[in-house]
Ligand binder design. Structure first.
Ligand code: ADP
Ligand code: MG
Length: 260
C-alpha cells in the first residue's frame, strides 16, 4: 500500500519544491513507483518537471472539487514518476472549499482509489496553513520538513509543530514526522554549521545526515523543466539529493515505520 508524505513548512523559499522534485525523481530512478502531487497554486513542481502549466486539461483543482484522481494523473518523462499537476486555478480553491462538506478530507478521499498503484505519493505543499495544507496533512502518513540553513531557521517552527499537533488531535491522529532536511547549506560560513546544530537539538534524531548544499545547478534546473538528475547529474546538488533519497529509503524501509 502506498505511503503518503507531505513536504511541509509554511515558510516560503525553504526548499520544499526543490526537495520534492529531486527526491521524487531519484526515488523513481531507484525503482519506486512515485506520484507527486502539486498543491501549490504557483505550480512550481509542475513546471519544474517540464509540464506546461497553462495547457492543463485537468489539475489538482478538479481533484479537490471531486473529479477522480486517475483522470488527472499525467506521466512525466521520468520512468515510474507520475504527477497530479497544479496551476493558478487552484488559488480559488481555498475559498471554495470553506463551504464544502468534509472540506479537510477531500484529498484523502481522492487518494483512496489510487494509492495502491504507488509506493509513495509525495505532496508539495504551498507556503501557508490554509485548507489546502490541511488537506495534505490529513491525507498523509507522515511529513518531511525542509529547513533552510539561515539565521532565522527555527523561526516559524513552533507554529509548524503546533499545526501538526492540531491535525493529530482532530483530523489525523497517526501523522508523524518522517524526517527533517537541512537545505541550502553554505559550507563557507560558520552560521550554517551552527544552524544545523541548533535544528538537530530541536528535532532530536529526526534530521537526515545528508545536508543539501547551496548549488546553482539546483536553482537552474527548473527553468529547463528538469530534475537535477537530468540537468546535471554530476553536480554537488545532484549528489546530495541522490544520497538523501538513499538515506530516506534506508530509514523508511527499516523497522521503525520510517521514523527517523
Ligand atoms: P519552497 O518550495 O519552499 O518555496 P523552493 O524549493 O522553491 O522553496 O526554493 C526557493 C528558491 O531557492 C528557488 O528559486 C530554488 O531554485 C532555490 N533553491 C532551492 N534549493 C536550493 C539549493 N540547494 N541551492 C540553490 N538554490 C536553491
Ligand atoms: Mg514551493
Amino acid at each position: 500500500m502506498g505511503k503518503i508524505i507531505s513536504i511541509f513548512n509554511q515558510k516560503g523559499g525553504v526548499g520544499k519544491t526543490t526537495t520534492n522534485i529531486n527526491l521524487c525523481s531519484y526515488l523513481a530512478s531507484m525503482g519506486k513507483r512515485v506520484l507527486t502531487v502539486d498543491i501549490d497554486p504557483q505550480g512550481n513542481t509542475t513546471s519544474g518537471l517540464g509540464i506546461e502549466k497553462r495547457k492543463l486539461e485537468n489539475s489538482i483543482y478538479d481533484v479537490i472539487m471531486g473529479l477522480s484522481a486517475d483522470k488527472v494523473i499525467i506521466n512525466t518523462n521520468i520512468n515510474n514518476l507520475d504527477i497530479i499537476p497544479s496551476n493558478v486555478e487552484l488559488a480559488g480553491a481555498e475559498i471554495e472549499l470553506t463551504s464544502k462538506i468534509d472540506r479537510e478530507r477531500r484529498l484523502k478521499k481522492a487518494f483512496e482509489d489510487i494509492k495502491d498503484n504507488y509506493d509513495y505519493i509525495i505532496i508539495d505543499c504551498p507556503p501557508s496553513l490554509g485548507l489546502l495544507t490541511l488537506n495534505a496533512l490529513t491525507a498523509s502518513n507522515s511529513v518531511l520538513i525542509p529547513i533552510q540553513c539561515e539565521f532565522y531557521a527555527l523561526e516559524g517552527v513552533s507554529q509548524l509543530m503546533s499545526t501538526i499537533q492540531l491535525v493529530k488531535k482532530s483530523l489525523n491522529k497517526d501523522l508523524y514526522i518522517q524526517g527533517v532536511i537541512m537545505s541550502m547549506f553554505d559550507g563557507r560560513t560558520n552560521l550554517s554549521i551552527e544552524v544545523v546544530e541548533e535544528v538537530k537539538k530541536y528535532f532530536k534524531g529526526k534530521v537526515y545526515t545528508t545536508i543539501i548544499p547551496r548549488n546553482i545547478k539546483l536553482a537552474e534546473a527548473p527553468s529547463y523543466g528538469m530534475p537535477i538528475m537530468l540537468y546535471d547529474k554530476n553536480s554537488k546538488g545532484a549528489e546530495a539529493y541522490k544520497r538523501l533519497a538513499e538515506e530516506f529509503l534506508e530509514y523508511d524501509e527499516g523497522d521503525d515505520k520510517g521514523e527517523h
